[in-house]
Design a protein around this ligand. Structure first.
Ligand code: ATP
Length: 316
């Protein structure tokens, strides 16, 4: 039986700045993204019939075209019908470990793994760059999810420059399992509150991009300096998400007070993370936060910075 099993990593945003509005209605962003080793598991398996079947272990996620993995598979069928004609259809199985609607881009990770998996299954020989171009059709975070590691992302988030991935850093992730934040809501609310501060001419947007590129956060990463990097953690979306979700704002305070290098919300939230330089320190922080917040909905994960987005699962 032909089968590939892949691991698809979640990402955190070490930096997220909204610099303007784009003619296509999206925001012009500068982000620093980092993969962490909290992974969904995706298996793609050849089946005789010419169809795509998606199965998922999380019953509240749809398996039809609303699922990004299904959208990714349909895109591959449309662009490379010869793959399915030669090798048959595929059954795709998602084992979700990345929380949904969390600001960790789990859906994008699944789409990235589906593109990579079908590329292998159908022996298409697409390069990582070609997979990223396909991924950009599915969502702004998909190109990063394919390559992973650490990167500065501009445009809608799909234009990437790789940075060195900082080895040996850990992130304690915290999220109330019963709480998710809609990404469109977060950006729309930000636009209503701060749209008047947006840069609106191309030259100033380009200049700001360059400033961040040449700025302290990227310099700290280039110097492998975790503590310096933590000083420049920043996420504009905290300005709208934390006031609207006081429970998350309070959790951020507790996380920050528990220690570590720095605490920030990832993407549009509500996941928060605290960076540490050791697993032991990450465990101490998680234990302390757990002892202070008895809500059984609070999920805590200890993750390590990862240097890849999609990789073969060594356990299968
Ligand atoms: P983003 O910041 O890219 O919106 P996120 O981490 O906040 O990502 P996701 O977990 O990717 O959120 O899910 C966002 C929405 O996408 C959810 O409403 C979910 O129903 C839908 N979705 C579609 N496919 C998937 C998938 N494979 N895994 C998770 N969510 C998915």
């Amino acid at each position: 039986m032909r089968l590939y099993s892949l691991l698809a990593a979640a990402k955190i945003n070490l930096y997220l700045e909204i610099i303007g509005s784009r003619p296509d209605g999206f925001h012009e962003l500068v982000m620093v993204m980092q993969s962490v080793d909290l992974c969904d598991r995706i298996t793609v398996r050849s089946i005789g019939s010419e169809e795509i079947r998606l199965r998922c272990d999380q019953p509240d996620l749809p398996t039809d075209e609303r699922n990004l993995a299904q959208q990714a598979a349909q895109l591959m069928v449309q662009k490379y019908p010869e793959g399915m004609a030669r090798w048959g259809g595929a059954e795709i199985t998602l084992e979700k470990r990345i929380p949904v609607g969390a600001g960790l881009a789990g859906g994008s990770a699944d789409a990235a793994a589906t593109l990579s998996g079908l590329n292998l299954l159908w022996e298409l020989g697409l390069t990582q760059g070609e997979l990223q171009v396909l991924g950009a059709e599915l969502g702004s975070d998909v190109p990063f999810a394919i390559v992973g590691g650490c990167a500065i992302a501009t445009g809608r988030g799909e234009r990437l420059d790789s940075l060195v991935s900082l080895d040996g850093l850990y992130a304690v992730l915290a999220k109330y399992q019963n709480l998710s934040v809609s990404t469109p809501w977060a950006y729309q609310t930000y636009r209503e509150a701060f749209g008047n501060t947006y840069l609106n001419d191309a030259a100033r947007i380009e200049a700001r991009r360059h400033q961040v590129h040449a700025g302290e956060m990227v310099a700290a990463i280039s110097h492998h300096d975790g503590p310096a990097m933590a000083q420049f953690l920043h996420n504009d979306l905290e300005k709208v998400v934390l006031p609207a979700y006081p429970q998350v704002a309070e959790l951020k305070q507790r996380m920050a007070a528990a220690g570590g290098l720095g605490t920030l919300m990832s993407g549009s939230g509500p996941t928060l993370f605290t960076l540490t330089t050791s697993q032991a320190e990450a465990e101490t922080i998680a234990t302390q936060v757990r002892s202070q917040i008895t809500d059984p909905n609070l999920g805590l994960w200890i993750t390590r910075f990862a240097s890849t987005g999609i990789r073969l699962n060594p356990e299968r």
